[in-house]
Design a protein around this ligand. Structure first.
Ligand SMILES: CC(C)(COP(=O)(O)OP(=O)(O)OC[C@H]1O[C@@H](n2cnc3c(N)ncnc32)[C@H](O)[C@@H]1OP(=O)(O)O)[C@@H](O)C(=O)NCCC(=O)NCCS
Length: 432
């Protein structure tokens, strides 16, 4: 069957035929990769209309509020799986059977411990450094530990790197916080689940064990699952772009952490809680809603809106339920921040501005409240997101090498600067 084509008519009447990609799940695209042969580029700031790659990992339908990892709905994964099931799924394409799971868990746990030399890397930072700054730097520093033996084009090397990263990132995240507090670095425990191990590292101390509460561990597990991947967002695209040059995987993941830190991306859960703490009382909600609607004010309602979900964020509903479960387990149903959040949500959802622009609460609106209830400090919210997203980042990084048309990422630009000119021999001459 002939391939369908899209036609592009240029101002001079020239017609260019472009391959039309049917796409799966009703998501067609136009292949413009040959346009440069005609001396043309497309212009798409923010990649609003550009697919930078093909991927079989995650599917999102923002209009229909669908999120699938390898074809499985996020709701089912959050209900029936743990985080390492999901990490395995993202990396390998299938959920593990019992044997595969046992083997995978033991492979990941083998990499839990950090090199002892990393103690000195942590100790080089100011005590008040933000955990994300420390995490980005420490993860990047691991490329100096695993450099010589690393060949990114070798499948087995990539697999070991994935296990190393998923195994070590919980300790790196927890230690970034412990260093901040001046507390001793807790070691990981292989006898605990991935989620429980992280909470234990964060909260136990040599003088006091951390009491593992299964409801709280499950809630944390859900946070990890919901944040594990989200196709070509800013940080994942960053990881792919850095990785496309053949860079060391630790350096790639570090660049993802740096990108994630921004408040428009992973920093939103921290920003949401800060905003709720700043609003403080229900009587001030109206003032903040008005500010969010004011186009001359840069303030936005944090935890609302999403680049891809132009309808509800399917993760938000799961997080909302989890929020209720955690607060009820801890007897915090009357928590003032939670009540404020519910009130703000209600007012915003009934407001014409938010309704017309289809701005709904996103997953970050609730995940901050859950993490606060678990005792996780604001400054660690994005670090937890990075911990979860490491699974997605490394799956995308790996997929990039499996794809048969791996090319170094090199976007073009529309030049807006000065036209060709000569260096003046007299620099005092006016520069217009
Ligand atoms: C996520 C986000 C960056 C998406 O941005 P985007 O896809 O570029 O969407 P836009 O910035 O074009 O927003 C579309 C319109 O909605 C408005 N808008 C979007 N999010 C808004 C918010 N949270 N509060 C108030 N107005 C918002 C924009 O001002 C814009 O209005 P305009 O058309 O009059 O200019 C944006 O919604 C945002 O900043 N949200 C708050 C941060 C957040 O929660 N991020 C977490 C994402 S998981």
């Amino acid at each position: 069957m002939d391939q369908k084509k899209a036609t592009l008519t240029l101002p001079d009447g020239k017609i260019i035929e472009l391959p039309f990609i049917e796409g799966k799940m009703g998501k067609p695209a136009i292949d413009i990769s040959q346009l440069s042969q005609h001396g043309l580029h497309t212009y798409d700031p923010g990649f609003m209309s550009t697919a930078s790659c093909g991927s079989a990992i995650t599917f999102i339908d923002g209009e229909k509020s669908i999120l699938l990892y390898r074809g499985y709905p996020i709701e089912q994964l959050a209900e029936h799986c743990d985080f390492l099931d999901v990490a395995y799924l993202l990396l390998n394409g299938e959920l593990p059977n019992q044997n595969e799971k046992t083997k995978y868990v033991s492979e990941v746990k083998k990499h839990y411990l950090l090199h002892d030399q990393l103690n000195s890397v942590f100790r080089g930072f100011r005590r008040d450094a933000h955990p994300m700054a420390v995490m980005a730097a420490v993860v990047a520093s691991k490329s100096a530990f695993y450099f010589d033996e690393m060949n990114v084009y070798n499948r087995n090397h990539r697999k070991i790197s994935a296990n190393r990263l998923i195994g070590k990132v919980p300790s790196i995240a927890a230690w970034s916080y412990l260093y901040n507090l001046g507390r001793p670095f807790n070691y990981p425990r292989n006898d605990l689940s991935y989620a429980a191990n992280f909470l234990n590292m964060l909260f136990s101390s040599p003088t006091q064990d951390y009491e593992i509460n299964p409801v709280l561990v499950r809630a944390f597990e859900r946070i990890l699952i919901l944040h594990a991947d989200h196709e070509q967002n800013a940080s994942t695209s960053t990881v792919r772009l850095v990785g496309s040059s053949g860079a060391n995987p630790f350096a790639c993941i570090s660049s993802g952490i740096a990108s994630l830190w921004g408040p428009a991306h992973g920093g939103a859960n921290e920003a949401t809680l800060k905003m709720l703490q700043e609003i403080r009382s229900e009587s001030r909600i109206g003032e903040y809603i008005e500010r969010a609607k004011d186009s001359t004010d840069s303030f936005r309602l944090m935890g609302f809106g999403h680049r891809v979900y132009r309808n509800k964020d399917p993760r938000a509903e799961i997080m909302r339920k989890t929020c209720h479960e955690v607060l009820s387990e801890l007897g915090l149903e009357n928590d003032s921040i939670f009540k404020l959040a519910l009130k703000l949500e209600k007012i915003a959802l009934e407001d014409d501005y938010f309704v017309k622009k289809k701005l709904y609460p996103n997953v970050d609106f609730y995940s901050g409240i859950v993490m606060r209830a678990l005792g996780i400090p604001n400054s660690m919210f994005t670090a937890v997101f990075a911990l979860a997203r490491t699974a997605g980042w490394i799956a995308h990084w790996n997929e990039m090498f499996v794809a048969d048309n791996l090319k170094i990422g090199r976007p073009r630009q529309i030049y807006k600067g000065k036209l060709l000119r000569n260096v003046s021999l007299d620099r005092n001459v006016s520069k217009d």
